[in-house]
Design a protein around this ligand. Structure first.
Ligand code: SF4
Length: 388
């Protein structure tokens, strides 16, 4: 049986909203930093090694759980740092199926993740920011505004905390950075988190099984490549002309399609790796045969695969999903052009747990739902007028 949410975390951090967010987090520090911190305080380096193991392999929420650490060392750590494991505050969905997770951070803010289970594989979608500044029109997170970047420990911590929702014998097979926020706008913390996730001494996750998705921060793509984490890169493309992409994803006005794809062509891909282009299918907006043919031309020469994603409708968003027959036809055009195409049917539509619908809970309870609806309606009218 899977553990109940919060079973271990609740005692350690039961009131995240009342805790000051001043002390640095232990989660997010690398091995060298933890050992240096330990030695500076007059403790043996070996204690730092033990602490590192407790943090990243055991995923402790409280120093009280690190039972083989001396009390004076734990007292020093508790005085100077917070562990920083996000608290699972709420879980929607049943164990064994898709589950949306609402994490509470120590400053009382919330982020969301999704555990997706499909054909015996379990994937976790994590957030990199609280909210998002990019305002993609089809995305609930984007409608709610931006609050802050996550720290590296808060990103790694989502993977560690979510483990308690796994059933007996269930492993986390994949991680996708496609939750709340734009990862490449929080590059330093994201790279630090990735290094901890893939380090065999820390979490030990395979870099092949992690995908970071960007909405198109073109200048950050080479920097991300230079960081050498060797994780997979996905691009949330969603349109084949700048005119449509400008309206769907305002970031395109700063970094248009040609600039974005040039960054993709120059990206230092490892052998046998491919960039994934994500394409949310929106009825009457980006789903014509001409779009499919343009898409095939645009990404020509880039080692890639194409994911067509069925849009999850939401009352605050002015779009409808493309008909399945339209999606099939769109996919066939791309396959005929020799691309690998996957059609991703939505998981957890009832939970609002799929792409672009994270933060539904947060948006509805903490943010600006009326403003979101107004912006969505204005965008719908503008799009309808353009496409008429
Ligand atoms: S789709 Fe991604 S980048 Fe765009 S607003 Fe939503 S969270 Fe931000």
């Amino acid at each position: 049986m899977p553990a109940q949410p919060n079973s271990s975390a609740a005692s350690a951090a039961s009131t995240p909203s009342t805790r000051p967010a001043k002390r640095p987090l232990l989660l997010g520090l690398d091995f060298t930093e933890i050992v240096a911190l330990t030695q500076r305080a007059g403790f043996d380096a070996f204690r730092g090694k033990q602490l590192f193991h407790w943090l990243y392999q055991k995923g402790i929420a409280s120093l009280d759980e690190a039972t083989n650490l001396p009390k004076d060392y734990r007292a020093f750590l508790a005085e100077s740092h917070d562990v920083g494991l996000p608290v699972i505050e709420r879980v929607l969905g049943q164990p064994g199926s898709t589950q949306k997770i609402v994490f509470a951070l120590r400053d009382g803010k919330h982020i969301e993740g999704v555990l997706m289970r499909d054909e015996g594989k379990t994937s976790l979608c994590v957030s990199t920011q609280v909210g998002c500044p990019l305002e993609c029109r089809f995305c609930m997170t984007g409608q709610g505004g931006f609050q802050r970047n996550l720290e590296a420990g808060e990103i790694v911590g989502q993977a560690l905390a979510a483990r308690e929702l796994l059933g007996e014998g269930e492993l986390l097979n994949n991680m996708v950075f496609m939750g709340m926020g734009e990862p490449l706008l929080n590059l330093e913390a994201v790279v630090r988190a990735l290094r901890l996730l893939i380090s065999p001494q820390a979490v030990g996750f395979s870099s092949r099984r992690i995908t970071v998705s960007t909405a198109g921060i073109a200048p950050a793509i080479p920097k991300f490549g230079e960081a050498g984490t060797d994780v997979n890169l996905a691009i949330s493309l969603n349109a084949t002309t700048d005119a449509v992409r400008n309206r769907l994803m305002p970031i395109n006005r700063r970094h248009p399609i040609a600039e974005l794809l040039a960054a993709c062509r120059a990206y230092p891909l490892l052998k046998r790796r491919r960039i994934t282009f994500e394409y949310v299918m929106l009825k009457g907006v980006n789903d014509t045969d001409a779009d499919a043919r343009r898409l095939a031309r645009l990404v020509r020469g880039i080692p890639c695969k194409l994911n067509l994603i069925l849009f999850n409708p939401h009352e605050s968003l002015p779009f409808e999903p493309s008909e399945e027959s339209r999606v099939d036809r769109f996919g066939q055009i791309l396959r005929d052009a020799q691309y690998t195409v996957a059609i991703r049917h939505s998981k957890g539509r009832d939970l609002q747990a799929a792409c672009g619908q994270l933060a539904g809970h947060v948006a509805e309870t903490e943010k600006r739902p009326r403003l979101a609806a107004q912006k969505a309606l204005a965008a719908q009218k503008a799009l309808a007028a353009k496409n008429a």
